[in-house]
Design a protein around this ligand. Structure first.
Ligand code: ATP
Length: 334
C-alpha cells in the first residue's frame, strides 16, 4: 500500500533530495511556522548567537527534515542528521555531541524514540553545552564533564505530547506542522514537476493534490507515478487524462483512499451495517493485522471524517456511506 503511505524508505528519501526546497521562501505553506521560524533565526543572527533549540511536531512527510535543512542553510551552519532509534546508548549520543562544530545544527529525528539514559545527557547538553562522560563502573565510576560547542538542536517528533516534560521544556520554540491545503499541494506539485522537467496541466495538479492526503511526500510520490505512466503508456505529457489513468491503476481514489481504506469501509458497511464493530473483528474481516488497520489506515480515515472511534467500536460516518455510494440502513449508528 505504498502509494499513499506517508512514510518513506531509504531509496525514496534519496529521490526526495532533488525536490527539497532549499530556503524558507521556497518552502510552501505552513505560513505561521515559516514566519515564526524566520523571526527566531533572524534575531539569533542579529545577536550573533546560536538560536534556541527548535522542536518540530507533525506527521511523517510534512516537511520536518526539509525544514531542518533549511534552518541550517539559512544560518549558514553545518548540519548533522541522526535519529532517536540510532541512539541506543548514551555513548552514541556523546559521540555525536562531542564532535559538533560551533553553531552546528543537530537534527534529531524521532527524538521520542531515543534511549532513556541518552535523554538525560541531552538535557545537560542542551542547557549547559556540556556532556558528562562516565568513566569506570560501579561505585568507582566518575563523571568527567566535557564542554561541547554551542549548537542548535532541531528535534522532530510525530507527537510533541509524547515527549517527557523536561525535554520539551528545553526547546525555546515548537513548530507545529499541519497537513497542507489542496492549493498548497498544487503549488508543490507544479514546482516538483518543473524540477523533474515535466511541466503539468493545472487540472492534473488539482487532481493529484486532491488525492494526496494533505501530505507533500504523497503528492510528490503520486506525481512520479503519473510521470512514469505518462512516459510509458501515455504521450509523455502530465495531463488530467494521464493522471486519472495512473491513479486508477494504483487504486488511489478521488479523495486519496486506497484499496485497504476502501476495504475497511466496505466491510464495515456491507457486513456490519456501518458498525459499531471492534478493531480486531474489523482487522480479521479485511485480512490485516489489527495494528496495521489501527496505525496505517485509521488515522487518515478518522482525520478525514470517514470513520469514528466510539467506546463500542468503529462506526462509518454518513460521509463514508456517501463516498462509497451506499445508502445507510435506517437504524445505522452514526
Ligand atoms: P519523515 O519524518 O518521514 O522523514 P518529514 O516530515 O521529514 O518526513 P520531508 O522528508 O521533509 O518530510 O518531506 C518529504 C518530501 O516532501 C520532500 O521531498 C520534500 O521536498 C517535500 N516537501 C515537504 N514539505 C514541503 C514544502 N513545504 N514545500 C515543498 N516541498 C515539501
Amino acid at each position: 500500500r505504498d502509494a499513499v503511505s506517508p512514510e518513506a524508505d531509504v531509496e525514496e528519501h534519496q529521490i526526495e533530495g532533488a525536490l527539497r526546497p532549499k530556503n524558507l521562501d521556497e518552502f510552501v505553506g505552513q505560513h505561521r511556522v515559516r514566519e515564526q521560524l524566520s523571526l527566531v533565526l533572524h534575531s539569533a543572527q542579529r545577536r550573533n548567537r546560536a538560536p534556541d533549540h527548535i522542536l518540530m511536531s507533525g506527521g511523517p512527510g510534512l516537511g520536518k527534515t526539509t525544514l531542518a535543512m533549511i534552518i541550517a542553510a539559512e544560518l549558514g551552519a553545518p548540519l548533522r542528521i541522526t535519529s532517536g532509534p540510532a541512539i541506543e546508548r548514551s555513548g552514541d549520543l556523546a559521540a555525536v555531541l562531542s564532535t559538533l562544530q560551533e553553531g552546528e545544527v543537530l537534527f534529531l529525528d524521532e527524538i521520542h524514540r531515543m534511549a532513556r539514559p541518552a535523554e538525560e545527557m541531552l538535557y545537560v547538553a542542551m542547557e549547559d553545552f556540556r556532556v558528562d562522560v562516565v568513566v569506570g563502573k560501579g561505585p568507582g565510576a566518575t563523571a568527567i564533564p566535557l564542554d561541547i560547542a554551542p549548537f542548535t538542536l532541531v528535534g522532530a517528533t510525530t507527537r510533541a505530547g509524547m515527549l517527557p516534560a523536561p525535554l520539551r521544556d528545553r526547546f525555546g520554540f515548537t513548530a507545529h506542522m499541519d497537513f497542507y491545503e489542496p492549493a498548497e499541494l498544487e503549488q508543490i506539485l507544479h514546482r516538483s514537476a518543473g524540477l523533474l522537467g515535466a511541466p503539468m496541466e493545472a487540472e492534473a495538479a488539482r487532481e493529484i493534490a486532491g488525492r494526496s492526503r494533505g501530505t507533500p511526500r504523497i503528492a510528490n510520490r503520486l506525481l512520479r507515478r503519473v510521470r512514469d505512466y505518462a512516459e510509458v503508456r501515455g504521450d509523455g505529457r502530465l495531463t488530467l487524462g494521464n493522471a486519472h489513468a495512473a491513479l486508477e491503476l494504483y487504486e488511489v481514489d478521488a479523495l486519496g483512499l486506497d484499496r485497504l481504506d476502501r476495504a475497511i469501509l466496505d466491510v464495515l458497511m456491507n457486513r456490519f451495517r456501518g458498525g459499531p464493530v471492534g478493531l480486531s473483528t474489523l482487522a480479521v474481516s479485511v485480512g490485516e493485522e489489527a495494528e496495521t488497520v489501527e496505525t496505517v489506515a485509521e488515522p487518515f480515515l478518522v482525520r478525514s471524517g470517514f470513520l469514528a472511534r466510539t467506546p463500542r467500536g468503529r462506526v462509518a460516518t454518513p460521509m463514508a456511506w456517501a463516498h462509497m455510494g451506499l445508502t445507510p440502513p435506517p437504524d445505522a449508528a452514526f
